[in-house]
Ligand binder design. Structure first.
Ligand code: NAD
Length: 480
């Protein structure tokens, strides 16, 4: 069985413990590779390598760093099919999705920040008759990047690319549930001419190697995407060490549908915003609020489409949904369907596990699930499920829907469907979330600030926000 390795100091090496963890293929439920069970000793090795590499990398000209990152982006593009197949196999998502979204976006992330850094400027503040302030923006040093399993290379590269572009050395840890494309990335970085020790990729458990990254004194900033509970723990651990922290956490996103929207466009986009990537995108809308006058029309049309959704093995070109990422996750999602029933909900579609034909009969498949009849403040409507489960709730007024929309502890994104311009701007202003999509969903411009409010996180990624996070400003005043 294939054994993945850590990528430290430009080389693939075995973990110091010599121990490995099982890596499951969600499509079949079988173990298909082994990943290093790394610990603090591997982190120490990576930090030593990064310390040596930092003066080399941070003193390179921006053009030189940019060229290497452009090559890295091209290196992934050149191996597109290999990355696409690997991502799909590791995560369970349809090959078509990995090919259209995940890997092209990883290519763009590296290319975007490789070129953004060429245009990144620091500020100066002139003081009339007194002098001038100028701000230096220097790389922080060694930074940690920790990412989740839902969009593996997409989110891994979203952190690593700006960290590297800004001149930092990186200790990165992908999710232990989906390590494979991060494993492949080391080789591409090497081929792109990245100096040894600049990018180090460690595999293993969050509570072990992830924790050791967060606690290491020489790792000065942590960029984390994952669950809110883990984020809370990270904040508790890293804050007393005065580390810079960027936390992108969970969500419970609302979709607000008014009767005056473009019904057909709304309907097809709402299918995607509910079930793309098996509902495992932090930006998926899981609470759908529908103006009462079109509630029945929407419900009938939506459920009809949901019933036609093809759930199949990832290589099936007809698959609209593949497998959920792991058995524990599938069980968690199914337990929320049971909770919804106990809370008085009616399952209109789905709600159960699907067993495909062999060899996929033990894969982690589930029908897309639609539930109605729940109160807006029950647990099903307040807690993050992070799977293919949505609830439908009617509303009568804007005031009523905004109360329900803003009622959760989360605040990542809000989707709104209406043709009333005034109302659109008003709701965009009132929604307690870091992102609002009006008459659209998942349209991403990499220059825009990305992140959430309340328990959905602290800080913003994307564009200058990310480059500011990964640099330390120093103000210098010169007297006239
Ligand atoms: P998770 O919090 O379990 O794990 C995320 C990463 O943190 C993994 O690499 C894991 O190994 C690591 N980790 C776990 N415990 C750790 C610890 N004690 N110290 C250091 N590292 C640790 O999250 P997950 O289950 O992998 O991902 C799903 C969650 O991610 C969902 O809540 C989802 O909403 C969230 N998410 C958020 C965004 C966003 O941009 N806001 C994007 C994608 C996913």
């Amino acid at each position: 069985m294939e054994k993945l390795q850590n990528f430290i100091n430009g080389k693939y090496i075995t973990p110091i413990s010599g121990a490995y963890l099982d890596n499951f293929e969600p499509a079949t439920g079988k173990v298909y590779s082994l990943i290093p069970d790394s610990d603090e000793r591997d982190v120490e090795l990576a930090v030593e390598a990064a310390e040596k590499a930092f003066p080399i990398w941070s003193k390179m000209t921006i053009e030189e760093r940019s060229k290497i990152l452009v090559k890295l982006s091209e290196g992934i593009e050149a191996r597109m099919d290999e990355f696409v197949q690997a991502e799909s196999r590791d995560n369970g998502k349809p090959v078509s999705l990995a090919g259209h979204v995940d890997i092209p976006r990883a290519v763009s992330n590296f290319h975007f920040f490789a070129t953004a850094i060429l245009h990144f400027a620091s500020e100066s503040h002139y003081m009339e008759g007194q002098g001038i302030n100028y701000t230096l923006r220097k790389p922080i040093g060694i930074v940690g990047c920790i990412s989740p399993w839902n969009l593996p290379l997409y989110l891994f590269s979203w952190k690593i690319a700006p960290a590297l572009a800004a001149g930092n050395c990186v200790i990165a840890k992908p999710s232990e549930v989906t390590p494979y494309t991060a494993y492949l990335l080391g080789q591409v970085a090497k081929e792109a001419g990245m100096p040894d020790g600049v990018l180090n990729i460690l595999h293993g458990l969050g509570g072990k190697v992830g924790d050791a990254i967060v606690k290491h004194k020489k790792i000065k900033a942590i960029s984390f995407t994952g669950g809110t509970k883990t984020g809370e723990y990270l904040a508790r651990t890293a804050a007393p060490m005065f580390k810079k922290l960027s936390l992108e956490l969970g969500g419970k996103n609302p979709v607000i549908i008014f009767a005056d929207c473009d019904f057909n466009e709304m309907l097809s986009t709402t299918i995607r915003s509910s079930f793309a990537n098996q509902g495992q995108i932090c930006l998926c809308g899981s609470r759908i609020f529908i103006e009462r006058s079109i509630y029945e029309k929407f419900k009938t049309a939506f459920v009809e489409k949901v019933n036609k959704t093809v759930v199949s093995y990832p290589q099936d070109p007809n698959a609209k949904m593949g497998a959920l990422v792991s058995l524990p996750h599938l069980e968690k999602v199914l337990s929320y369907v049971e909770l919804a029933k106990q809370e008085g909900g009616t399952v209109l579609s789905g709600g159960e596990r699907v067993h495909l034909e062999a060899p996929y009969n033990e894969g982690y498949y589930m029908r897309p699930t639609v539930i109605e009849g729940l109160s807006y403040d029950c647990r099903t409507n307040q807690e993050e499920i992070f799977g293919p489960v949505v609830t439908l709730t009617p509303f009568d007024s804007e005031e009523e829907v905004m109360k329900m929309v803003n009622s959760t502890e989360y605040g990542l994104q809000t989707t709104l469907w209406t043709s009333n311009l005034e109302r659109a701007h008003r709701i965009a202003d009132e929604a307690q979330s870091g992102i609002v999509w009006i008459n659209s969903w998942m349209v991403r411009d990499l220059r825009t600030p990305f992140g959430g409010v309340k328990s959905s996180g602290v800080g913003r990624e994307g564009g200058w926000e990310a480059l500011r996070f990964f640099t330390e400003p120093k103000n210098v005043f010169v007297k006239y």
